[in-house]
Design a protein around this ligand. Structure first.
Ligand code: SF4
Length: 332
């Protein structure tokens, strides 16, 4: 494998191992990960330690890690350029997490909106890891000296938090060791789940998996909720409030999108026909991905090899950072 070549900057991003990825994952993150490789050194991490803060069982953790890596690779992550690895394979991240926690006021963490949301979602399990989640997230970024972090706008407080941690650490220990990361806001089409109500999510079972068969995809598309005001085939519809149309805008040709836009409004096309077109276009778009995925899945050992190679390359960067941090702390 080749070393990272200097580019515009160094990107770090991570996602929890949620297994097979869905369209929401693809449009919200993966396609951006793939594109960023052209301009940045990219480090992509499957953050299994973060997953421990919310999962009830770790039974599927390893399989979910594998499935997610498989999807990312099939979608176009290039492991000979980018580093792809698993968070827990680099022990220094937990060390840095501890060091950063010494410059983190507790109130700052409990005030974060994301923490309050987690407490609301799992009041039965407000664990210590949940409070320290942003510190571990900062450790992920800072350990690899990433200067650019592609995230959705809801993650902005975490990046700002990481920047504050850097300033506190460098000031307290009088050493310019850590690098302040910058947020690269990710723009992506707003696509909801098949319920047309909520964000696409596995836990809500409103998702369409990238690796689903064409028949499964067709089945899920046919279940999609459309314009709720369009009750009969003869009623005109409003594509602007229809999630089927949102997906057409991503996966269908501009001509077809325009045609649906016009025909829907004058009841010239029915929702069944419109969904059939979407299912066909989705399947056409996903076919190369599915072929690559099948190919990769024939040799699972090679996917684990990619993650091991990523671990070694990530480890080299992590070891250097931790050595500098320990020196700044007077521990080395
Ligand atoms: Fe939505 Fe298509 Fe039905 Fe219009 S015709 S409401 S865009 S599914």
């Amino acid at each position: 494998m080749t070393a990272l070549t200097p580019k515009k900057g160094r990107v770090f991003s991570g996602a929890r191992p949620t297994g097979r990825q869905h369209l929401g994952n693809y449009l919200g993150a993966i396609q951006n990960y793939v594109a960023l490789q052209d301009e940045y050194e990219c480090i992509y991490c499957i953050v299994d330690l973060h997953a421990l803060t919310t999962v009830d069982t770790t039974e599927n953790l390893r399989q979910n890690t594998y499935e997610m890596a498989l999807d990312w690779l099939a979608a176009g992550i290039r492991p000979d350029e980018s580093i792809l690895f698993v968070q827990s394979h680099i022990p220094q991240v937990t060390e840095l997490h501890l060091f950063l926690s010494m410059v983190t006021p507790l109130g700052k963490l409990t005030d974060l909106p994301t923490f309050k949301e987690k407490v609301r979602m799992q009041p039965h399990n407000v664990n210590y890891g949940l409070v320290g989640y942003p510190v571990l997230m900062a450790a992920d970024i800072l350990l690899y000296k990433a200067d650019t972090v592609p995230v959705g706008i809801d993650q902005e407080p975490h990046i700002e938090f990481a920047r504050e941690v850097v300033r506190s650490f460098n000031y307290r220990y009088n050493a310019a060791v850590l690098v302040e990361p910058h947020m690269k806001a990710t723009e992506f089409p707003k696509v909801l789940g098949i319920d047309g109500q909520q964000k696409m999510s596995k836990s809500l079972d409103n998702h369409i998996e990238l690796a689903a068969t064409p028949e499964e995809t067709q089945g899920r598309v046919m279940q999609m909720v459309t314009d709720p005001q369009r009750l009969r085939r003869t009623d005109p519809g409003d594509p602007d409030v229809c999630n089927v149309f949102s997906l057409h805008k991503v996966f269908s040709s501009p001509e077809e999108v325009e045609e649906i836009n016009v025909e829907c409004r004058r009841a010239g096309i029915g929702c069944v026909q419109c969904k059939q077109k979407l299912a066909r276009n989705l399947n056409d778009n996903l076919e190369p991905f599915r072929d690559r995925r099948l190919e990769l899945d024939r040799n699972p050992g090679e996917v684990w090899d990619v993650l091991e190679d990523g671990q070694q390359r990530a480890q080299e960067i992590a070891a250097l950072t931790i050595a500098e941090v320990k020196q700044a702390l007077g521990l080395a």
